[in-house]
Design a binder for this molecule. Structure first.
Ligand code: NAG
Ligand code: NAG
Ligand code: MG
Length: 261
């Protein structure tokens, strides 16, 4: 596992496009290590890690604080291997089919809501370094990583973003990152290929302690009050996609690493 992470990180750091990709030798090793069925830890006895992940992605398992200890290796392999990218691709393929099916007026008011962390930008280098089952989550270390502005793009989300722009749909980013992370976040987005947006909404202090689903619903409501049509919405958390003013269609990207209500 340690070797895998080193190889993965070495690859991420040397990739020139700033997006996630893995060399073949990493794929090969990941292939040899199969997901384990979980037992013990804080996983319900008899539940496999694959079933746990499915439960998480379908919003049946909610409110969890960490990846079950026995699934930490499973989640690490999932995130660093083929499957995470393949699953993301399947989501983006559907989003694109939908977007291309729309009869757009091209009147400049169609927007698509993008979350940032684990949607447009990936914190995988951080989790690969610090582990996939961290408890308690270390906000100091995570914020330090965010302030480096070095997060790579999720390649599939960047593909969606580019295609939407070409269709005349504008991007609106709504993130749980705080307002004081605006400049580093904007610079990070631009560096990895998200060059333009209609709006970049960061969390104001007035929302602190409130659930993300409330914050994001309120901010989407403002977007609509300002005259925009939210044609689509993509995020890695259900709290990005539930609530009010969700947009005509929502798309859930995989994220078995953490849960935000
Ligand atoms: C977070 O990490 C820093 C640096 O390693 C450490 O000093 C601090 O105690 C950690 N905080 C928690 C809550 O674990
Ligand atoms: C989007 O939703 C609104 C409100 O429900 C509806 O009026 C509109 O026709 C929908 N647009 C598309 C493209 O489905
Ligand atoms: Mg997110």
């Amino acid at each position: 596992m340690a070797l895998l992470l080193v190889l993965f990180l070495a690859n991420i750091l040397t990739t020139s496009k700033g997006s996630i990709s893995q060399p073949d030798h990493v794929h090969h090793q990941i292939h040899l290590l199969r997901p384990q069925s979980g037992a013990g830890g804080n996983l319900v006895p008899g539940l496999s890690c694959l079933s746990w992940r499915l439960g998480v992605e379908t919003n049946n398992i909610i409110g969890w604080k960490t990846v079950p200890q026995v699934c930490e290796g499973y989640v690490g392999h999932y995130m660093l291997g083929h499957q995470y990218l393949k699953d993301s691709r399947a989501v983006v393929n559907e989003a694109l089919l939908y977007a291309q099916s729309l009869e757009l007026d091209r009147d400049g008011i169609d927007v698509w809501i993008f979350d940032i962390d684990e949607t447009t930008l990936s914190n995988l280098p951080y989790y690969a370094k610090h582990g996939f089952g961290v408890e308690p989550f270390n906000a100091t270390l995570f914020n330090k990583w965010v302030m480096e502005g070095a997060a790579p793009a999720l390649p599939e989300s960047l593909r969606l973003y580019r295609k939407l722009l070409s269709l005349g749909i504008k991007a609106v980013f709504i993130t749980g990152r705080s307002e004081d992370q605006r400049s580093v976040t904007a610079a990070n987005l631009k560096k990895v290929g998200y060059h333009t947006w209609e709006k970049l909404v960061l969390k104001e202090p007035s929302y602190s302690g409130k659930p993300s689903v409330i914050y994001k619903s309120n901010e989407r409501k403002k977007v609509e009050k300002n005259g925009y049509r939210i044609v689509g919405n993509i995020g890695d958390q259900w709290s990005d996609l539930l609530g009010t003013n969700t947009g005509n269609r929502t798309f859930k990207l995989p994220d078995p690493m953490y849960y935000i209500s």
